[in-house]
Design a protein around this ligand. Structure first.
Ligand SMILES: Nc1ncnc2c1ncn2[C@@H]1O[C@H](COP(=O)(O)OP(=O)(O)OP(=O)(O)O)[C@@H](O)[C@H]1O
Length: 267
């Protein structure tokens, strides 16, 4: 199929997803269209069960859309690829490998020379502040540290797009705030294209340049909100009038339909 060229790094067009089994049919996603520019940080918020994880899995190539396409650099994406790195909510580190070797894992798979891999591992250990913990096993780390390793491991493979599914969802509020700050700083330094899934409106506004708001299932995009806040952000930004206004706007959009149940809105 001929696709119209766009400036998007990653995009999807008329995406629909229906889960079918012998007994049931679940309409998970309906007519999703998204365009995400190179180096853009976008979040997707929506009520529980609206299809956020499904959408991200389709972007990752781990699940197939029923109809519609995902394009990376204007080419139709056909499956998982090293151009897209994933970070999940559940800690997905290899428990038998040290922090350093978790980060090194993908580089070994790629058969990169040891010298080159060493440099990359050093860089990302430093970026996520875990140089002193390099020889620890995952079980010896806090939840926040494990997610920092997971982010470093994903970034070490130089993905062009980072796909994050509620990566801070299991963390306590202080650690979560800290991780948001670190991720934002990392993005300012490295400028990857990021698609970030979350329930938490405050988190989405703090991290992103743009927020897609989804309806309840079947998930549709009901709004695309530009986050007009300074590039350099610290946690105090969350208490400013501008921030609160945007947060409230998204909150009321999410509560404007009949899908208010189970929404963990940060208000
Ligand atoms: N493999 C599957 N088979 C059948 N139905 C599925 C499957 N995966 C997800 N679903 C259904 O699709 C819908 C969307 O699920 P999904 O996990 O994508 O939502 P979500 O927005 O990420 O939810 P949450 O915020 O609670 O994690 C739900 O109704 C879910 O039950």
């Amino acid at each position: 199929m001929q696709q119209q060229a766009s400036n998007a790094k990653i995009s999807c067009k008329n995406l629909n997803k229906i889960y079918r089994s012998k007994k049931s049919e679940t309409f998970a996603l309906k007519d999703i269209n998204m365009d995400i520019a190179d180096n853009e940080f976008i979040s997707v918020v929506g009520p529980s069960g609206c299809g956020k994880s499904t959408l991200l899995r389709i972007f990752a190539g781990l699940d197939e859309a029923t109809t519609g396409d995902v394009m990376v650099d204007n080419r139709i994406m056909t499956g998982p690829g090293a151009d897209r790195g994933m970070v999940f909510q559940a800690y997905t580190l290899f428990p038998w490998l040290t922090v350093e070797n978790n980060i090194r894992f993908g580089l070994k798979v790629k058969k990169m020379s040891k010298a080159e891999a060493d440099q990359i591992v050093e860089k990302y250990l430093k970026l996520v502040g875990l140089t002193d913990f390099r020889h620890r096993l995952p079980k010896e780390l806090s939840g926040g540290m494990k997610q920092r390793v997971a982010i470093a491991r994903a970034l070490a493979n130089s993905p062009e797009v980072l796909l994050m599914d509620e990566p801070f969802g299991a963390l306590d509020p202080d650690t979560k705030g800290n991780m948001q700050l670190q991720l934002r700083e990392l993005w300012e330094k490295e400028k990857h294209t990021v698609i970030f899934i979350t329930h938490d409106i405050e988190e989405a506004v703090f991290l992103s340049q743009r927020v897609y708001v989804m309806s309840a299932r079947p998930g549709r995009i009901i709004a695309d909100i530009a986050i007009d806040l300074p590039t350099r952000r610290d946690l105090d930004l969350k208490d400013t009038h501008e921030f609160i206004q945007i947060r409230k706007k998204i909150h009321s959009l999410l509560h404007s339909g009949d899908f208010r149940n189970e929404l963990h809105a940060a208000t």
